[in-house]
Every structure is written in structure tokens, then in C-alpha cells.
Design a protein around this ligand. Structure first.
Ligand code: COA
Length: 244
């Protein structure tokens, strides 16, 4: 039974809601542990992941009371960065549905997902230097990949916060929908992905995330897919006039 998360397991997806009432869903050690448990579950049985936050906040960062007590040893353990890397490498696509604040580690968690959608109150920011530290769980490079170096440096160095419109314009989020429709829209996006071949999605994610990119990787992944029964039955269905 998770203490900091609500976890709903469905056939083709897992829905995780960050839930630390009174702490704006700040990411503490218990939440890190429980998110690792979710990763273990998704590695054992790959499914889509929908990640969201409770009560009008995605997550207001790492838990500052815990951060304050951490030293060099804990920084080198990469407590958040290893978790977010594990999430980024989950076999099937992940989607963050961001309502309200996604700050610090909360923003980095959203950056680690494959896709993001937001409500109009969403705010992304990395205020870590204001606390005398750096955003060390992926923001320094994931945000640059997502929005470009210039905007990333405005966020990382100049404390710029990206509201929902900024995030949409910059491509950080796929779309902005009213808070009341956020989960419905998130599920619709996942439904769309769930109609694709799971192995095709999995290999596409692997190839898209492979550092540097190399045509051989694409060919090898395609060679696996070309031999699959799923590919043959999907193409047969198309040729028989079925449209999914
Ligand atoms: N870690 C620990 N506790 C946090 C927290 C965090 N990252 N963010 C918020 N909280 C706690 C607050 O201490 C407060 O607790 P209290 O009621 O016991 O005093 C509670 O959550 C509500 O936060 P509050 O600041 O009163 O809410 P708000 O709506 O006025 O502001 C934020 C919301 C997100 C703007 C503000 O809480 C904030 O700036 N949080 C820190 C963001 C940050 O620097 N993150 C990077 C960390 S690396």
C-alpha cells in the first residue's frame, strides 16, 4: 500500500497520482521508493504510464526539509536523477498530466516523461539556484532538448517560470486543456497509443532515445518488427480495408 501515491493498475496502463497533502506533493524519500516500485512493475509487465498530481499541484519539487539534510554522499547517489532516468527508460510511453505547479524535481519528473499535457494553471520552473543548489535530476540537459538552450537557460539561470501558454508554444506540452478535462484527455492520448503495436511503440521509443542516433539501430529495430505476427496482422487488416 503506497503512502505517497495512488496507483491504479489497468490492463494497458498504470495511473499514478502523486499525493502528499500539505506538502504540495513534494518528492520525498518515500515517494522515490514508491515510484521505483511502480517502475519495477512496469519493467516486469510493460504498460503505458499516466503520471499526475493530486489536488491542483503536480509536484512542488524535491522535499526541501530532506534536501537540507543531504550531503555530498547523497548527491552522488543520484536519488532523484536515477529514478527519473529509470522512468525515462520505461519500456512503453509515459505521459505527465500537469495541473498547477511542476517545480524543481517536480518539473524534472515531468521532463523525464515522453509526453506532457497541462491545465491552464500549470507552471514549470527550476528555482533550485535560489536554494543554493542546481537542478541535478535532468533539467540541465532534458529541458534544453525539449525547449532549446536559450529558453532552458532562462528557466535554469534566470528563474523564468513557464506558464501553460509558454509551455504549449514552446512544445514542452502537447496541449492545454481545462483542469476538469485533463485526465480524460490524457486517457484519450493513451488510448491512441494503446491502439499501436506495443512492440513497435517500445522499439520506436528505444530508437528515438538512443544517444546520437545511428541508422544501424533503426534497421535492427525494424528487422525485429518486420518478423512480428503483430506487423503482419496489422498490415493484413489495413489491406482488407480495416482502419484503426
Ligand atoms: N518541499 C517541502 N515542502 C514543501 C515544498 C517542497 N518542495 N513545497 C511546498 N511545501 C510545503 C510548504 O512548506 C507548506 O507547508 P506548511 O503548510 O507546513 O507551511 C505547504 O507545502 C504549502 O506550501 P505553500 O508555500 O504554503 O503553498 P503556496 O500555494 O503558497 O505556494 C509553491 C506553492 C509551490 C509556489 C511554494 O510552496 C514553493 O515555492 N515551493 C517550493 C518550490 C521549490 O523551490 N522547489 C524546488 C525544490 S528543489
Amino acid at each position: 500500500m503506497a503512502e505517497t501515491l495512488q496507483v491504479e493498475e489497468l490492463d494497458d496502463r498504470v495511473v499514478v497520482t502523486l499525493r502528499r497533502p500539505g506538502s504540495r506533493n513534494a518528492i520525498n524519500a518515500a515517494m522515490v521508493r514508491e515510484l521505483h516500485d511502480v517502475c519495477g512493475m512496469l519493467e516486469d509487465r510493460p504498460r503505458l504510464l499516466l503520471l499526475t498530481g493530486d489536488d491542483g499541484t503536480f509536484a512542488a519539487g524535491a522535499d526541501i526539509a530532506e534536501l537540507r539534510e543531504r550531503g555530498r554522499e547523497q548527491a552522488l547517489q543520484g536519488i532523484n536523477s536515477r529514478l527519473f532516468d529509470r522512468i525515462a527508460r520505461l519500456p512503453l510511453p509515459t505521459l505527465a498530466a500537469v495541473d498547477g505547479y511542476a517545480l524543481g524535481g517536480g518539473a524534472e519528473l515531468a521532463y523525464a516523461c515522453d509526453l506532457r499535457i497541462a491545465s491552464p494553471t500549470a507552471v514549470f520552473g527550476n528555482p533550485e539556484p535560489g536554494l543554493g543548489i542546481l537542478a541535478a535530476a535532468g533539467a540541465c540537459w532534458r529541458l534544453r532538448d525539449l525547449v532549446g538552450a536559450s529558453v532552458a537557460k532562462q528557466v535554469l539561470l534566470a528563474g523564468r517560470r513557464l506558464d501553460a501558454d509558454d509551455a504549449c508554444r514552446l512544445g514542452l506540452v502537447a496541449e492545454v486543456v481545462p483542469a476538469g478535462e485533463l485526465l480524460k484527455r490524457a486517457h484519450a492520448l493513451l488510448d491512441r497509443m494503446a491502439r499501436s503495436g506495443p512492440l513497435a511503440l517500445r522499439l520506436t521509443k528505444l530508437v528515438a532515445d538512443a544517444p546520437g542516433g545511428h541508422p544501424v539501430t533503426d534497421d535492427l529495430a525494424q528487422a525485429i518488427l518486420f518478423e512480428s505476427d503483430d506487423k503482419r496482422s496489422r498490415m493484413d487488416a489495413f489491406l482488407a480495408g480495416e482502419r484503426r
